[in-house]
Design a protein around this ligand. Structure first.
Ligand SMILES: Cc1ncc(COP(=O)(O)O)c(C=O)c1O
Length: 357
């Protein structure tokens, strides 16, 4: 892919950037540039460009505003101690975007073009990648949307793919704390044949009211069950789940209607290497209750790009509470192993890291 670059003449100055990177928060500040490429059936992907970051001008009839034909990805760029910059399994994000694109009736953006777009943008804005201390990183948000000006319900004939980046601070300020969960028995996230396995905005829009309910119940996050039987654990609003048993084996809910996390997939490999048998299968809410109560389930954790791995504490629902499991030992070991690979402090034996510059 041929990418043209127009540098911003109004880049954030070094003093202000240092202030931002000292306390970046999440999704508040955006780097100086953005990547854009467009698609039509006649031209395919065309006009790939890096330009100064700025607002888009959209016609009020732009299809995405009405029918939500869009997909996105979430990944991070990490600075290592020697100053080099790396992403974690970017081709997996690219492949997931291809799968999401198929579900959303979008054209396919080739994996290599996706990775190149991220690489080039991160290179241009490399001063926005924070120092590794305190698990800071540059969050990368690729997204694709129906940019055709048309109100008919059909796949858009003009599509835009963009990448923006935003410095991110540590997910946990003041140390890692178990997250408390609210089990929603009213709302579901995904149905059979629906969009659960795609990373598309609508899934997040539909999760908001359930997340609001979780917060009102004094919990951090919401857990969704399957929509058919209301019996099997699917995932959190933005993280996948893991259960560690007393004999060392680990269970993670099977896919189909859940968003298959790249962190989840990496943990399957990592835990296997640490000698744990990993099962991908249906996991019922009753098994959660009984497992923690009997002590058979020793640890529960959730995982995703944002938090990497986080221990799960109490589970609250309309029918009562399940206490936090007794341990977080393996959870913390897996978390450390992943973070060490991402920040270049441990050998990357799986070949997961991709050097940007
Ligand atoms: C619904 C949902 N599940 C799981 C995940 C974890 O995926 P990953 O590990 O690729 O970040 C995410 C986060 O991106 C998510 O939004």
């Amino acid at each position: 892919m041929q990418i043209s670059t127009t540098l911003s003449e109004r880049q954030v100055d070094d003093g202000r950037l240092a202030e931002i990177l000292a306390s970046p928060g999440f999704g508040i500040h955006f780097s100086d540039h953005m990547f854009t490429v467009e698609w039509t059936p006649e031209r395919g992907w065309y006009d790939a460009r890096i330009t100064p970051y700025g607002p888009l001008t959209l016609d009020p009839a732009t299809a995405v505003l009405h029918y939500a034909q869009e997909t996105f990805e979430g990944m991070k760029a990490y600075r290592h101690d020697d100053g080099s910059i790396w992403t974690f399994r970017p081709e997996e994000n690219a492949a997931r975007m291809v799968r999401s694109s198929h579900r959303l009736a979008f054209p396919e953006l080739p994996v290599d073009d996706f990775v190149q777009a991220v690489d080039e943008l991160v290179k241009v804005d490399k001063r926005w990648v924070p120092d590794p201390a305190g698990e800071k990183s540059l969050y990368v948000r690729p997204f694709m949307f129906a940019s055709e000006r048309f109100l008919g319900v059909r796949p858009a004939q003009h599509v835009t793919f963009m990448v923006i980046t935003s410095p991110a601070g540590a997910y946990f300020k003041g140390g890692i704390q178990p997250v408390s969960l609210w089990l929603t028995e009213e709302y579901t996230r995904a149905g059979r044949g629906g969009m659960g396995a795609a990373k598309t905005g609508g899934n997040y829009a539909s999760s908001l009211v359930a997340q609001q309910e979780a917060l009102a119940q004094g919990c951090d996050q919401v857990v969704f069950l399957d929509s058919q039987e209301g019996k099997y654990v699917e995932e959190l609003g933005g993280m996948n789940m893991y259960y560690v048993f007393d004999d060392g084996h680990i269970v993670t809910p099977e896919t189909g209607t859940i968003l298959e996390g790249i962190t989840r997939a990496s943990i399957i490999e990592l835990a296997g290497k640490l000698g744990h048998q990993v099962e991908e299968r249906k996991f019922s809410i009753d098994e959660w209750r009984e497992g923690v109560t009997s002590g058979r389930i020793r640890e529960i954790f959730a995982c995703g790009t944002a938090a990497v791995v986080t221990p799960v504490g109490t589970l609250k629902s309309a029918s009562g509470e399940v206490p936090a499991p007794s341990s977080t030992e393996l959870t913390m070991r897996i978390r450390q192993a992943l973070v060490d690979v991402q920040y270049g402090r441990a050998e990357d034996t799986f070949g997961w890291m991709h050097q940007v510059c």
